[in-house]
Design a protein around this ligand. Structure first.
Ligand SMILES: Nc1nc2c(c(=O)[nH]1)N[C@H]1C(S)=C(S)[C@@H](COP(=O)(O)OP(=O)(O)OC[C@H]3O[C@@H](n4cnc5c(N)ncnc54)[C@H](O)[C@@H]3O)O[C@H]1N2
Ligand code: MOO
Length: 390
């Protein structure tokens, strides 16, 4: 049996290079960038008014000027090439370019306008260089802004739009096939008898994939026979990734590893020293398709997806952040133990009780899972431990 870290290493060394393609920016959500993106010009591109008000020379104010003559009104999108004369100001709108002869903006709230004059009424608010976002203060021209392999979120879409990247180069999304297995599993359209259960993991896996920007190419349920499994997997050999749920532990009908062997799969590992999720199976088919044989218990399915499948999809281990634990915790395993947690009001990780990995509540209302490292039998309240968000 291998460790959590070794399993991650094996998975990351099996990453397949996906083809690149250009895509229309409006369709790019959920893809990964196959390019780095640099700033095409400084941002802001000009000294930008951050408030509606008047633009002045601060020295005029220091020299005692309090009533400024409005020399010109400058709106966003228009440029002025004038030069401020002593005692004058520009009336200026948020987003407009501040002419170089002005260095400070006084907000409308701190002024009284009478005829063509603006008088400062709140002196305590007036500060040199206030309310101007300087050219290049956010980004310098040519600077790398978005690194290679960045996952495209709504805020990345916005940034790409700002930088004028209308057709980003992205990696093709992997073709993912989802299989659930098991004779006891029935579809949601059926009414389960006493010894049957509904196929929740199919919905769990497709929802997790959707969160990671992937819609599976195919979703199927297969009965626990070698022939059915063989046929089902054969039909999807062209996938980049197969997620096969159930049938990977030690029972007579846990046939997934055997059938994968018949199909010529190279075994990367079977069993990882983690709890839950120990029976995880991972191998590579001759077609290059990476197969994850995911343990059937719902919380094992969720945990192994977060730790391994998401790492593979992101080409980097799923990120974790350390937070303090809300209470003492005694480890019950020599494995790395992952348990559901919810943030307390003090931003500590409060464990959610769970009756083992078969508990259908999957740690209801958990924000994610936390790691009880194998090296520590006892964790004390306020110990910093790794948290992985769902
Ligand atoms: N002798 C041993 N038995 C087991 C071991 C072991 O090491 N030695 N490992 C246990 C652990 S840990 C887990 S986890 C499970 C994993 O079993 P499988 O991956 O083979 O999964 P199944 O046996 O098919 O199912 C386990 C459990 O999950 C339910 N299930 C399965 N598929 C679904 C689904 N699509 N939706 C909802 N629930 C599902 C299934 O009904 C079972 O209750 O093995 C232990 N046994
Ligand atoms: O490790 Mo299993 O994955 O306990 O439920």
């Amino acid at each position: 049996m291998i460790s959590y870290e070794d399993a991650l290493r094996l998975i990351s060394s099996s990453t397949k290079k996906l083809h690149q393609m250009t895509i229309c920016l409006s369709d790019a959500l959920g893809y990964r960038l196959a390019q780095e993106v640099r700033a095409d010009r400084p941002y802001p591109p000009y000294n930008r008014a951050a408030m509606d008000g008047i633009a002045i020379r601060f020295q005029d104010y220091l020299d005692g000027v309090q009533n400024f003559n409005i020399q010109e009104v400058i709106y966003a999108g228009s440029a002025s090439d004038g030069v401020l004369t002593h005692g004058n100001c520009y009336k200026i709108m948020t987003g407009a370019a501040v002419p170089s002869s002005a260095d400070t903006i006084v907000r409308n709230e701190d002024l009284l306008y009478v005829a063509n004059k603006a008088s400062i009424v709140h002196h305590e608010k007036i500060k040199s260089h206030a309310n101007i976002a300087l050219r290049g203060q956010d980004l310098q021209s040519g600077e790398v802004v978005i690194p290679y392999n960045t996952y495209i979120t709504p805020s990345i879409i916005s940034l790409l739009a700002t930088l004028g990247v209308t057709n980003p180069v992205v990696f093709r999304k992997p073709k993912v096939s989802v299989f659930t297995t098991g004779d006891e599993i029935v579809g949601l359209e059926e009414s389960p008898n006493e010894v049957q259960i509904r196929n929740s993991n199919q919905y769990l896996l497709t929802a997790l994939l959707a969160k990671d920007g992937i819609i599976p190419e195919s979703i199927r349920h297969i009965k626990d026979t070698e022939a059915d499994l063989y046929k089902g997997f054969m039909e999807r050999m062209d996938s980049d990734i197969m997620l096969v749920n159930g049938g990977v532990s030690a029972g007579d009908r846990d046939l997934v590893p055997t059938v994968m062997k018949t199909l010529g799969a190279e075994l990367l590992f079977h069993h990882v020293a983690i709890k839950p999720g120990k029976p995880l199976w991972c191998g590579k088919l001759p077609s290059g398709c990476l197969v994850f044989g995911i343990p059937g218990n719902p919380f094992s399915c969720l945990t192994t997806y977060i730790l391994f499948i998401r790492s593979f999809l992101n080409s980097k281990p799923t990120s974790s952040v350390k937070f303090p634990l809300a209470c003492d915790r005694i480890g019950k395993s020599t494995f790395d133990d992952f348990f559901p947690v919810q943030f307390s009001e003090e931003h500590k990780l409060a464990p959610i009780p769970i009756n083992g990995s078969g508990d259908v509540r999957l740690g209801l209302f958990a924000d994610g899972i936390a790691r009880h490292h194998r090296a520590n039998r006892i964790l004390k309240k306020n110990d910093l431990i790794s948290f992985y968000a769902f």
